[in-house]
Design a protein around this ligand. Structure first.
Ligand code: NAP
Length: 283
């Protein structure tokens, strides 16, 4: 039977858990703190940062924004990253994208210590994820898994297709699905006959950034579909990659946009931050 895979109860459950960990940290005089380096005027990025700060405040996580002008040099961002990396009162670091053109994103990401890399952005975190070592997965990828877990969707032996192979979403989602014993296929812009592949899948994760890419022709009856895409239409409406209304005819269970992966991603970032703060007590 199809169901709406809303992210709201998932995010609420995670935030409640964060609140409990925050209480434990406060009792040991630790204020969990997330630092965000922001060097952009991009409105979507700024609104994402505002959302993180607002949600963090509700659960007792402190946020500190290092606001840098987009004309900043790579060396100045590097210096700020190193300052935050060395500060014992900072538990998580997010290097918000987009970064200024003059900055080497890969070089900067590599400077985030993995113990504070709450969005799994560094190559070390990526390697540790593949190697199944402790660390933080990119929050969006972890959010996809958390939604599947919350709705008791079994993954073992299931055919999962991930559409998109970015470092922040597609690849880590595919890795996490593989770790959960799904049989995973990854599709991308050069994939031929996408619908023939996705039609075989029990679980489809769409992480592309193209409205209505996934239609009724891409999905088998009763499939689970997680829509990661966030696309702003000309009239300002936010939509995902999936034509969710059409998929209802296939009895598919779909995560909505908005209200699906997005709020869970924010909650996961805070969960990672309080975990990092807890880990710092034992370091
Ligand atoms: P990205 O870096 O642009 O990657 C998009 C991927 O889609 C690429 O791997 C690309 O293939 C593939 N692709 C493009 N056109 C395709 C097509 N016609 N058929 C199949 N695959 C195609 O984007 P991203 O950062 O992964 O983000 C993906 C989407 O998720 C975006 O809408 C983004 O806004 C959204 N997002 C949402 C959250 C959230 O919290 N809700 C967080 C992060 C991202 P190639 O590799 O061949 O180019």
């Amino acid at each position: 039977m199809s169901q709406l895979l809303s992210g709201k109860p998932v995010a609420e459950a995670i935030r409640a858990e964060v609140g409990e960990i925050v209480k434990q940290l406060f009792s040991r005089n630790v204020v969990p703190t997330l630092a965000l380096i922001v060097a952009t005027h991009d409105e979507a990025a700024l609104s994402y940062v505002r959302m993180i700060c607002k949600t963090a405040a509700k659960v007792g996580v402190q946020t500190k924004i290092s606001e840098l002008d987009p004309t900043v040099t790579e060396q100045e961002i590097e210096a700020e990253l190193q300052r935050l990396a060395a500060d014992p009162e900072i538990h998580g670091i997010i290097l918000q994208t987009p970064l200024p053109e003059q900055a080497d994103q890969d070089a900067l990401r590599a400077l985030i210590p993995f113990s504070k890399d709450v969005d799994g952005a560094s190559p070390l975190s990526a390697g540790r994820l593949v190697s199944e070592l402790d660390g933080f997965a990119p929050a969006t990828a972890a959010a996809v898994m958390q939604i599947l877990h919350h709705y008791n969707i079994s993954l073992q032996g299931k055919q999962a297709v991930v559409i998109g192979r970015s470092r922040v979403v597609g690849k880590p989602v595919a890795t996490l699905l593989l770790h959960a014993d799904a049989t995973v296929t990854v599709c991308h812009s050069k994939t031929e006959d996408l619908a023939d592949i996705t039609k075989e899948a029990d679980i489809v994760v769409a992480a592309v950034g193209k409205p209505k890419l996934i239609t009724i022709d891409h999905i088998k009856t009763g499939a689970i579909v997680i829509d990661v895409g966030t696309n702003i239409l000309e009239d300002g409406t936010l939509v995902g990659d999936v034509d969710a209304e059409a998929l209802a005819a296939k009895d598919a269970s779909v995560s909505p946009v908005p209200g699906g992966v997005g709020p869970v991603t924010t909650a996961i970032l805070l969960h990672h931050t309080v975990r990092a703060a807890k880990n710092s007590l034992n370091a």
